[in-house]
Structure formats: C-alpha cells, structure tokens
Design a protein. Structure first.
Length: 544
C-alpha cells in the first residue's frame, strides 16, 4: 500500500503490509474493558497527503489511509485473516475470468445522502482512467477493454472517448466488466481504493472535491488543515458490516517519528503507525501490553535510477548485484533495526501467495569478495560513489547509514545518504525521475498475490515503477501470468518473472517488515490487521 486498500509507498521505517494469513500477537492483549465513549474521537500518527484526496490519486500512506476510511468498494480484505471478502458487491460472477457480472448491494449512500449505484462505479472508473485527469493510479484500469482509448500511451495523442468500452452499468444494481484478456485475480484487485465509487457532485469540480471529499465509507470528511491534520467523523448511515465503534479519527501529521512516539507515551497521541528506530529498544518496556510486535507482508528495497546513463548499460547488472552482496542484512537487522526486520531473500514478502524462498539467489547473501569481483566485471560504479535518497521524517537515517557503511567497507565504493525533509518532497523527486543514483523503496501491498509485488512495481510503464525499469522478458512472463485462467497458474508465471529480476537487479531487496507500534491509555480494543494498519473502525475511546 505504495499497498491494501492501497499498496502504497510507505513513509516510515516500520510500516508496510498485507499478509494472506492473520497476524498473530500484539493486537488483542491490553485491549482493556473500560467504559467506552461511542462518540469519542482518537488521534492517529500520519503524514501530509501527497495528492488531493481522490480514490485513484492515493499511492502513499499519508493519503491512502484517509481515503481507505472515506470509501468502501466492491471488495476488501478481512482484517482478521487478510482474505478477500465482498463489501458493496452482492455477488461477482464469471465463467472465463475475462467477462465479469457484478451485482451491488442496495441501500448504500454517499455522505451527501445520494444513493450509490452501478453508475457511481462506472463513472468513477472512466474518469479515473482518463489520462487528462492525471490520476496516479490510472493504470489500475488497464485490464478493462477500451482503456487505451481513454488513456493512450504517452506521445500518442489525446483520448478518443471518455468511456471504456468494456465497462457498462446495465442497471442501478448491475455492472458488466469485459477485460482485454483473462485475469484470474481481478476480484482481488477490486479491493484497491482506486475502484471506489464517486458521487455525481464530484464531477462538477474534482479539484474542489479533492480538498473536501464525499465518500461512502465508515467515516466522512470534516476538515483538512494542510501540514497539520485531517479530521474524519463517523458516518451514521454507513451500511457496511464494519461499523465504527468510535466517533471519528484525527490523522495528525508528524515530520519526525520520534515526536510521534513521545506524544504517544504522554497520551497526547492515541494510535501509532510505527515506532522510530531510536525508541525500538525500549518501546515494549514503555508501553507494556499496549506494545505491538507482529509480522507483516511488506518489504523495503533500494532501487536504482535505471533511466540514468550511469545504470543503463547491460554490464551494470553485475555492479548492482555486487552492491547487493556488499550489504550485511543479518547484522543490520539485528543491531541497527533491533530485530524488527527479517533479511530479504526475494522481491516478494513471506506469507504472500507466490513467495519463493531464495528467489534473489546469491545476490542477497553477504559476500564482500564476490561483491568486489562483480563490480569490477561490470566496469565499476560511476565515479566510485552512490547516494541513497530517503525521506528524513520517516526514521530512516540509521539504516541508510548502516547500508552505506557496509557497502563502503566491503567494496571501497563511497556511499552516502541523501536525505530530503519529508515524504512528499522525496516522492515528488522520485515521481519526477530526478534521482540519479539510488532511492529508498518500501512497498505495502494491495492484494495478497505476488503479482502486486512484481507487475505493479517492475512492469514496463507501471505507475509504481520508479526506476523506469523495462524488460521484455519480465513483461512476457507478466503478461502470460495475467492471462492465466487460474490463480495457481498466475502465481507460477510471476515466479518466473521474478527470476528475471534476479538477473537484472533493478532494485536490492533489503528486509521484510513487522508491525512495531502501540497505543495510548486513552483507547482500547486496538488491533492491527494483515495490512499493518490498525483496524480503524474497531478502536474504542475510553470515557474520561
């Protein structure tokens, strides 16, 4: 959830997720049984959204978690198991994984009181896919027939229509979706926030709407104080099964993770999304049974600017492999990261369908001698120096410095961190392809399948492909996987695509994440789901 109602790019050092199975431990202990204020509002650690709050315009956690609570789509994922479940979909029918008939539930309304109909979905998806509307997640609709008519490739002119031919509202309750080719896991993708419905008022002024969105989810918008907080309140007429047990949420912005932790321990922040590296050694002692330490399905990597002349040449694959072998993942995760991470051996996280142990091969094994050899065979690192761009507000300095020290000591290549003041600043540089060396890349998945860790990051033209990596071989396996008629076939073909990454090394997998978080004395029943997020609707605020 750049991951899970949205795989998003992640701001902080300890937040990423989506496992296929429930995460154990941490969430249920210390829930307490104090008297509850059903109208009580709690605060949550967050960051300034990168884009307007539109469903297809959130690919990072700052905006993604807010959008996730403002909307509900056709499907989502059970917070206890991570399994796909229906939300607004009454039933999803297909006989060939290419043509889908979806019946939606009646009685749902937007926060302005207007009904949610089949057209609410169809109109939303057509608008979001249209290249003129500049939505960062527009390529999520590329499976649908007619996508290229509303979103032609760059340099190939304007859209020829504003409607995808493969998308129709048959009546108020029925959506017909025709895909370009079979996609066995399409219902999983429908859980992504980009597939949310939009009310008619949205289309009168999308920009204004992005500053004050109207959704159909468990919470409705109250206010957005830029660079300070976004406030939501419970929507009384919400029809989903996950009705809030509280009165609302204040998403408080923090530019320093340490500041958020300090406020949590003083009970001026209620729910934490991550513990900063400085406080990891002591947070369990500080919080007691309010501390969370449980596995997640996310990954942190560092990615190369493959569009840079320094990294384009084919022989530089050996240099990238060598730099990977120069990183002592075991020592860094045990010391600097206090055991809060697991060394990565794949581009896909454990617990995700399709994870293949050791897919990275020897390139993810610390070997200084082989690292030097490979770098020499690839004609060396340009200017014998690399930099790693990261956001300084996410608690990354310590591990970036450790990675650089490991590279320097193992190979003699100079390595330095390149901090930017906040997540938005870093993402804007990355999105603008202005990074010339290496960039931090952390992924929280959108749906529990290896496709999301592979196609959506490394496919040619994918919206999360920050490296601008392009491999005909990778794309061949990826496209075959998407056309498979069973999920098992899809998974196997994506494993072959992952094998191409091991040869090309467009990024270096570093480690898998855990949820290391906690909550204040003001709340109870705080549980973290398989996405690594708190189950927002279930948090209870204690009476004062």
């Amino acid at each position: 959830m750049r991951g899970a109602t949205s795989a998003k790019w992640v701001a902080g050092a300890a937040i990423i997720a989506l496992g296929v199975t429930a995460c154990g431990g941490g969430g249920s202990k210390g829930s307490g049984s104090a008297a509850v204020d059903a109208n009580g509002v709690y605060s949550y650690q967050s960051s300034e959204p990168q884009h307007p709050l539109q469903p297809a315009n959130a690919m990072e956690v700052g905006g993604g978690r807010i959008v996730k609570n403002l909307f509900r789509g056709l499907t989502d994922y059970d917070p206890a198991t991570g399994k796909l479940r229906n939300q607004m979909a009454e039933k999803i029918e297909t006989t060939d994984s290419q043509h889908y008939k979806i019946t939606i539930k009646t009685g749902w309304t937007f926060h302005d009181g207007t009904p949610v109909t089949a057209s609410s979905f169809v109109d939303s998806w057509n608008w979001s896919a249209n290249t003129k509307n500049n939505q960062v997640n527009s390529n999520w609709f590329s499976d649908i027939a007619g996508y290229t008519d509303v979103h032609p490739e760059k340099g190939k002119g304007d859209p020829t229509t504003d409607k995808m031919s493969g998308l129709k509202a048959i009546d108020d309750k029925t959506i017909q979706i025709d895909l370009v080719a079979p996609v066995s896991y399409f219902p999983y993708k429908l859980g992504y926030t980009a597939f949310s419905p939009l009310p008619k008022v949205f289309f009168t002024d999308p920009k204004k709407y992005g500053e004050a969105p109207i959704g159909n989810g468990p919470y409705q918008f109250v206010s957005w104080e830029h660079n300070k907080a976004v406030t939501l309140k419970t929507y009384a007429n919400y029809k989903g099964e996950d009705k809030p047990k509280n009165g609302g949420i204040v998403f408080k912005n923090y530019t320093q993770a340490e500041a958020a932790y300090k406020e949590l321990t003083s009970d001026t922040l209620d729910v934490l999304d991550q513990v900063d590296p400085t406080d990891l050694p002591k947070y369990k002692a500080d919080l007691g049974d309010r501390a969370v330490d449980q596995p997640m399905g996310g990954i942190t990597s560092i990615a190369f600017a493959m569009y840079s002349p320094d990294w384009k040449a084919p022989e530089k694959a050996k240099v990238r492999q060598g730099l990977s072998m120069a990183i002592d993942r075991d020592t860094i995760t045990k010391t600097v990261l206090q055991g809060s991470r697991q060394p990565a051996d794949s581009w896909v996280a454990p617990g995700v369908a399709g994870y293949k142990q050791g897919a990275c091969g020897e390139a993810c094994t610390y070997n200084p001698a082989k690292a030097k050899q490979l770098i020499a065979e690839g004609h060396g690192v340009p200017n014998n120096k690399v930099t790693i761009l990261y956001n300084a507000d996410g608690g990354h300095k310590e591990w970036v410095d450790a990675v650089c020290n490991s590279i320097r000591q193992a190979t003699g290549v100079e390595c330095t961190g390149d901090p930017k003041p906040d997540f938005k600043t870093a993402r804007d540089l990355i999105d603008g392809h202005k990074v010339t060396s290496i960039m931090r890349s952390a992924w929280q998945q959108d749906y529990p399948l290896n496709a999301n860790f592979l196609r959506d990051i490394y496919g040619t033209g994918a919206s999360a492909n920050d490296s601008v990596y392009s491999s005909p071989e990778f794309d061949k396996f990826s496209q075959a996987a998407d056309k498979a008629t069973s999920v098992d076939q899809t998974v196997a073909l994506y494993q072959q695509a992952e094998g191409v990454l091991a040869k090309d090394m467009p990024s270096i997998p570093l480690w898998y994440y855990k949820t290391n978080a906690g909550w204040s004395n003001n709340v109870q029943n705080v549980k973290y789901d398989s996405f690594g997020d708190p189950v927002f609707t279930q948090v209870e605020v204690k009476k004062k």
